[in-house]
Write a protein that binds this ligand. Structure first.
Ligand SMILES: Cc1ncc(COP(=O)(O)O)c(C=O)c1O
Length: 356
């Protein structure tokens, strides 16, 4: 789309800003079941709300800019050093820090497509060039094609596993082969936003890869399994020099005191977390089986969502679901991403879903 011509004397924007793709938020409506944003349908874990209430009394103060306590807790949780942790307002902001700290005009960032819709936006905001490598026909990352897409201009590779929106994972053996083909001066980021829901024994383990490879970083979030999407906090585990650079490009005081306290308290609620995640995982199996009974052919999903390749029928099926009071994320002409909700929400979904 061409940039509209500015009237003489009008404030000049940065060229290209009006052409940026726009992030589409999952729809919501009163009385509808919202399965459109891969959120956790359950409230925050155990003591988290009490901690947030207590912290609310201090919102006249700026938060700890270094998030020292939270970074220490995250580091202990993973058995890494606090210097290797950077936090942000959701892992999407940490992804932006990674892009901004790695790539600028003339540089390339390689990632699979379709994947998390923020990636191309973040890369273009940085002025770098997105290199989008189509998924394989089985909805998985095509790692050979991604390795072949790396050029001397490549500064960063983003790997999303389980992949949003398809739910497919990257496996250890193929990933080790891929890493061997990536130049050591290119950072590979493993975005594991949905890692808690992944039960595939062959999936890569981002933190283990971070320990063994000097050019691997991992992205995690408190938004999904931990159920803190509204508080906005995520983190990277990255080599110390990179983590330091991420803190340099972060928005000062971005992560609120409420978010820092809630995230730290969530790390203590391991057994409540496991219970919630188990519920979502068993509902995922039930929804996948029911969807297959209707004639759809979704691939296995390791996220808290399933992906239907509805193709040309995407808008029509999305409308039918909406008519049944269920909102999902539609990628027109491609497919529908349906978040796993509570058993009751999933029942409404299945009641409204047309057959293939
Ligand atoms: C793959 C992936 N990464 C990162 C994010 C960002 O999540 P948040 O910014 O809430 O941590 C999302 C959100 O949907 C996602 O799907």
């Amino acid at each position: 789309m061409a940039r509209p011509l500015e009237e003489p004397g009008e404030v000049r924007g940065r060229p290209g800003i009006e052409d940026l793709p726009v992030y589409v938020q999952g729809k919501s409506a009163p009385d509808a079941v919202k399965l459109s944003s891969n959120e956790n349908p359950y409230p925050p874990l155990g003591p988290v709300l009490d901690v947030v209430r207590e912290e609310a009394a201090r919102i006249n103060r700026y938060p700890d800019m270094g998030a020292v306590e939270l970074r220490g807790r995250i580091a202990a949780h993973h058995g890494v050093r606090a210097d290797e942790i950077a936090v942000g307002t959701g892992s999407v902001e940490v992804a932006q820090q990674l892009v901004n700290a790695s790539a600028g005009p003339g540089d390339e960032v390689v990632f699979a497509w379709r994947s998390f819709e923020a990636y191309p936006i973040l890369v273009r905001i940085a002025g770098a060039t997105p290199v989008m490598v189509p998924l394989a026909p089985d909805e998985r990352h095509d790692l050979d094609a991604m390795a072949a897409a790396i050029t001397p201009r490549t500064r960063l590779v983003l790997i999303c596993t389980p992949n949003n929106p398809t739910g497919a994972v990257v496996r250890t053996e193929e990933f080790e082969r891929f890493l061997a083909a990536v130049p050591r001066d290119v950072l590979v980021v493993v975005d594991e936003a949905y890692v808690h829901f992944d039960r595939d024994p062959d999936s890569i383990d981002g933190v283990d890869l971070f320990r063994r490879h000097p050019n691997v970083a991992v992205l995690h979030t408190f938004s999904k399994a931990y159920g803190l999407a509204g508080l906005r906090v995520g983190y990277a585990i990255a080599p110390e020099r990179i983590a330091t650079n991420l803190r340099r490009v972060a928005v000062p005081f971005g992560v609120s005191g409420l978010a820092q306290a809630a995230a730290a308290a969530s790390l203590d609620a391991e057994s409540a977390l496991a219970e919630r995640v188990d519920l979502v995982v068993s509902e995922r199996a039930r929804v996948l089986a029911a969807v297959r009974d209707r004639g759809w052919r979704p691939v296995e999903s390791s996220g808290n969502f399933v992906w239907l390749r509805t193709g040309a029928r995407t808008d029509a099926v999305g409308e039918a679901l909406r008519g049944g009071g269920v909102l999902v994320r539609a990628f027109s002409g491609e497919g529908l991403r349906i978040t796993i909700g509570t058993p009751e929400m999933n029942e409404r979904l299945l009641a409204a879903l047309p057959s293939a």
